[in-house]
Design a protein around this ligand. Structure first.
Ligand code: FAD
Ligand code: MG
Length: 321
């Protein structure tokens, strides 16, 4: 343990999300450096403003390739590979649909079916062309748009962990709004809450104890709107263009790297409980907690965390795989 075992918390709002940094020393200068680092990545990756390297690619769709920095290229390469997995629910080229639905932003609406079909035709991940030597990205059709919203926070959380380590820190936690990465472990581990879907922001169904791991949650309750009695949430089915519809309210992934957690929450969302647990049998490094609409909590496995149930209206159910 460090000499001073008090926790110091620093907060900011970046990427439209509340950001929380926990350190075990009072170090405002370091916290400011961390927030600057996050801001630098936001400036490279955002699609919510006109200027960023990703927006440069999007604005040149159908016209010409755009050379980008190596980290942006590598993140896009990773996102494309995940999009091309068989039956993947993840699609880095989902941008035109995300922009049209505007779920979580002002002006949200349900697009007409023919418009969704037109936009779906602009989301083919094979039409994101990467040139390794030139470090460039080309969207072959006008109107295509890359959206890294489902993976970028995980990537950035890992960069914050690496930065803290490089600065000589041995303990720290960064929360990028539901996307948590940790460095080291205080005595007893880090405690991370699992949110209760569609309830008060601080309502928890359980808590996790982890050491040196990332915890990422994706839920239908995070960004959604309701129209005519139907709820529309922000994780879209790349095959239909509508929000993914299955038995789940949320998926939490425990992994070493947060980029894996961010990616797998989307993949598992698409697979659902049974197929998701089956897929994770060959990935012992990735563990998931599924929370269903029927208030069941299912663990794919439980090697790298402990779980405490805090709401007895939820039932712990063994996975059947
Ligand atoms: P996840 O489940 O990890 O991802 C869901 C998001 O991924 C969706 O919001 C959509 O963007 C995208 N998506 C939807 N379906 C798919 C799919 N099938 N495959 C792949 N991707 C999909 N929010 C603001 O309100 N204002 C901002 O200015 C803002 N700026 C941001 C800048 C950056 C660099 C990033 C990374 C995020 C920013 N956000 C902002 C938040 C962003 O709009 C998303 O809401 C957020 O990234 C979703 O993360 P999540 O972990 O909650 O959900
Ligand atoms: Mg994600």
């Amino acid at each position: 343990m460090p000499d001073d075992d008090r926790v110091y918390s620093y907060s900011a709002v970046l990427m439209g999300s509340p950001i929380l940094l926990k350190l075990f020393s009072h170090n405002e200068a370091l916290a400011a450096q961390v927030f600057r680092l996050i801001k630098q990545y936001e400036d490279l990756l955002t699609v919510n403003r006109a200027c960023s390297q990703v927006m440069d690619i999007n604005l040149a769709a159908g016209k010409h390739p755009v050379a980008v920095s190596r980290p942006v290229f590598e993140l896009i390469r990773c996102a494309k590979a995940a999009s091309l997995l068989e039956n993947s629910a993840f699609n880095l080229a989902i941008g035109p649909l995300v922009k049209r639905w505007k779920i979580g932003f002002q002006g949200d609406s349900v697009p007409p079916a023919d418009e969704i079909n037109t936009l779906l035709a602009l989301t083919d991940p094979t039409e994101v062309v990467l040139d390794e030597a030139a470090c460039s990205v080309f969207l072959t059709r006008s109107g295509m748009e890359i959206d890294l919203g489902a993976i970028a926070k995980g990537y950035i959380a890992d960069r914050v962990r690496d930065f803290l380590r490089k600065q000589g820190e041995t303990l720290g936690l960064i929360n990028l709004g539901g996307n948590i990465q940790t460095l080291g472990s205080p005595e007893g581990g880090w405690t991370v809450g699992v949110k209760k879907p569609f309830d008060a922001a601080d309502a928890l169904i359980g808590s996790l104890q982890i050491e040196n791991k990332s915890v990422v949650t994706s839920g239908t309750y995070e960004r959604y709107f309701e129209r005519d009695g139907t709820r529309y949430h922000h994780i879209l089915n790349p095959r239909t263009g509508y929000p993914l519809d299955n038995e789940l309210d949320s998926v939490t992934v425990i992994s070493t790297d947060s980029i894996d957690g961010d990616l797998w929450t989307t993949l598992l969302y698409g697979l659902g409980v049974e197929k998701g647990c089956a897929a994770l049998r060959v990935r012992p490094d990735i563990e998931a907690i599924f929370v269903t609409k029927a208030r069941e909590i299912v663990f794919s496995s439980m090697h790298h965390f402990r779980f405490t149930l805090l709401d007895n209206r939820y039932r712990l159910t063994g996975n059947t795989v």
